[in-house]
Design a binder for this molecule. Sequence first.
Ligand SMILES: CC(C)(COP(=O)(O)OP(=O)(O)OC[C@H]1O[C@@H](n2cnc3c(N)ncnc32)[C@H](O)[C@@H]1OP(=O)(O)O)[C@@H](O)C(=O)NCCC(=O)NCCS
Length: 246
Amino acid sequence: MSSVRLQALRDNPESFTETHDEAAARNTSHWQDFLQQTPGLLQVALGISESARRVDDGETADDWALKHGVPLGMSIHAGPLPPHRFLCPPGSSITLNRPDAEELRFFANMLYIVPSVRGKAARGQLLEAMTLDRDLWLLDQLRGVGADPPPVARCRGTVVSGPNESELLNFYTTAGWNIVGKLTWAQSRLAEGGEEAVEIAKARGHDMGKLSIAIERVWTVPHLEWRVVKNRQLMGQWNERQRAKL
Ligand SMILES: CC(C)(COP(=O)(O)OP(=O)(O)OC[C@H]1O[C@@H](n2cnc3c(N)ncnc32)[C@H](O)[C@@H]1OP(=O)(O)O)[C@@H](O)C(=O)NCCC(=O)NCCS
C-alpha cells in the first residue's frame, strides 16, 4: 500500500492534499496503524505478468498475488463513519427523504491508477473491477445492518481545487457522483484521520482553511434503487448549479 500511495503522490501531486515528502517520512508502523485504525475497504490492484503463472505450491492465492504482483492502482473507502467524522459542509447535502439515522456514511479517498494502464483500455478492466468490488462491498455493509428496509450508504470524497479540478469533476459526475460544495482541509483531515490527523496537520503549519470540493454518491440495495433514480433525475441540474457556485 505504501509504495503505490507514494507513487500516486509522485505522479499526481496536484490531485492530493498530502505531499509525497509527508507520506515518505512515515515509518512502517505508521502505515500499519493506519490500516488497523481505518475501518472499511482498502483496494490495491495488482497486475501479474504472464510469466508468473501460478504453480500450486501450497501458497494461498493472496500470498501468491502479493509476491508476484505489481501495484497498478488503489483506493480507500473508510467507514461506516460516526457523524462527526463525516465530511459535511453545512446545508449542502442531497436530501434522500430518509432520516439520517437510516444511512451509513463512508469516505472515499486515495483513488489512483498508474499512468500506464489509465484510459479506455483500463476503464473496461481495472477501474471497473475496483468499482464493482467497491459496490458489492458497500451493499454488503447495508445488508449487514439487518434492518428492513436496509439503510442507504452515503459516500463522500474530495477533489482538490486546482488545474485538474474540472476534468476530475467531469470524471466523477459521469460516474454518478454529485458535487456537494466546498470544504476546508480541516474538515477533510477530520474525516480521513480523526482529531489526531487535524492536530498533526496544524502542528505542521498547514493552511487548515484551504478548500477542496466535496463530492458525494449514494448507494442502495437494488430494491430501493428507485429512490436513487428519483434523485438522479435532479442530479444533472444539481451538478450544473453547484459548479456555477464553485
Ligand atoms: C482518476 C483516475 C483513477 C481515473 O482513471 P482513468 O483510467 O484515467 O479513468 P478514465 O479513463 O475513465 O478517465 C477519466 C477522465 O478523467 C480524466 N482525468 C482523470 N484523472 C485526471 C487528472 N488527475 N487530471 C486531469 N484529468 C484527469 C481523464 O483524462 C479522462 O478523460 P477522457 O475521458 O476525456 O479521456 C486516474 O486518472 C488517476 O489515477 N489520476 C491521478 C490521481 C487522481 O487524480 N485521483 C483522483 C483524486 S480525487
